[in-house]
Design a protein around this ligand. Structure first.
Ligand code: AMP
Length: 286
């Protein structure tokens, strides 16, 4: 597995592969990898001849009071996991190579970035869209794989790809979960033992919403209340939002019709960890 830190070298690597008709499947990450990330590599490999992962903790997507400095970093271990997963190349640029001193260009995706996580993390999706566009321009992927856990991120990237006429196919991967249902996340490393146990309430709530939907409930408020009730059983998991939104526009819906995203964000009260999760409610035949 090749490890590349220079953007110019990464672009040269990708151009060589593309000239040889080898398609590139790309998985952008911030490292501290878990099985969720590795499942994306698997998907990239299935769709493309060459799998490239990036490891870059992107300062532009962290707010001033967020966890950029303490975000877990485990580069050697990550490279071992990626190599074992069949990844062909890791791109791990330095912050100064991505954002030199004179850096001044940012991507704003309007509308869908104001709701859900965007409401409490101003500038977050501007940082995400900016770094993803830069990475696309450096890695030149045919396809890029993103996790559905970050459902708003997937919607923002799809919007950007459409709006800016990019030629990258976006693939959304299912959410990888711990045995108890907790969505895997690099930030789970922050959780206290008690929080980790209680965090299973988030998925328990979402699983209940699927049950209610399958039993015929189509009322968003009832479904949201049920998720909230389940989460509020725990003493350390505090809901930030529970929303029922259209999967594309991310606008709230009163009735569950078509495909509706039930999205949750919580903050834990001991370690202050932010956790997100979601399910999509849709007719089985959709
Ligand atoms: P991150 O390193 O947290 O920026 O995540 C990199 C990619 O992995 C993003 O596309 C995430 O949505 C995806 N990802 C993170 N956690 C999971 C998970 N539990 N299941 C599937 N994909 C995930």
């Amino acid at each position: 597995m090749k490890i590349i830190t220079s953007p110019a070298e990464m672009k040269a690597f990708s151009l060589t592969h593309r000239r040889n008709s080898n398609s590139i499947g790309f998985v952008p990450t911030m490292g501290a990898l878990h099985e969720g990330h590795l499942s994306l590599i698997d998907i990239a490999r299935k769709h493309c001849g060459c799998a490239v992962a990036s490891i870059f903790v992107n300062p532009a997507q962290f707010g001033p009071n967020e966890d950029f400095a303490k975000y877990p970093r485990a580069f050697e271990r990550d490279c071992g996991l990626l190599e074992a997963a069949g990844c062909d190349c890791v791109f791990a640029p330095a912050v100064g190579d991505m954002y030199p001193d004179n850096y001044g260009t940012y991507v704003n995706v309007d509308g869908i970035t104001d709701t859900l996580c965007g409401a409490s993390r101003p500038g977050h999706f501007r940082g995400v869209a900016t770094v993803v566009l830069k990475l696309f321009n450096i890695v030149l992927p045919d396809a890029a794989v993103f996790g559905s856990k970050d459902a708003q991120q997937v919607a923002v990237i799809r919007r950007m790809v459409e709006d800016l006429n990019l030629s990258v196919r976006i693939i959304a991967a299912p959410i990888a979960r711990e045995a108890g249902g907790l969505a895997m996340s690099s930030r789970n490393a922050y959780l206290t033992i008690g929080e980790r146990r209680e965090a299973a309430a988030i998925y328990a709530g979402l699983a209940k919403s699927v049950e209610m939907y399958n039993d015929g409930c189509r009322d968003s408020q009832q479904i949201k209340n049920c998720v909230l009730t389940e989460i509020n059983r725990s003493s350390t998991i505090k809901p930030e939002y529970v929303e029922a939104v259209d999967t594309k526009s991310l606008q709230p819906v009163d009735k569950i019709d078509g495909q509706v995203l039930i999205a949750v964000a919580c903050r834990t009260s001991e370690s202050g960890t932010r956790l997100i999760d979601n399910v999509v409610l849709k007719d089985k035949n959709l």
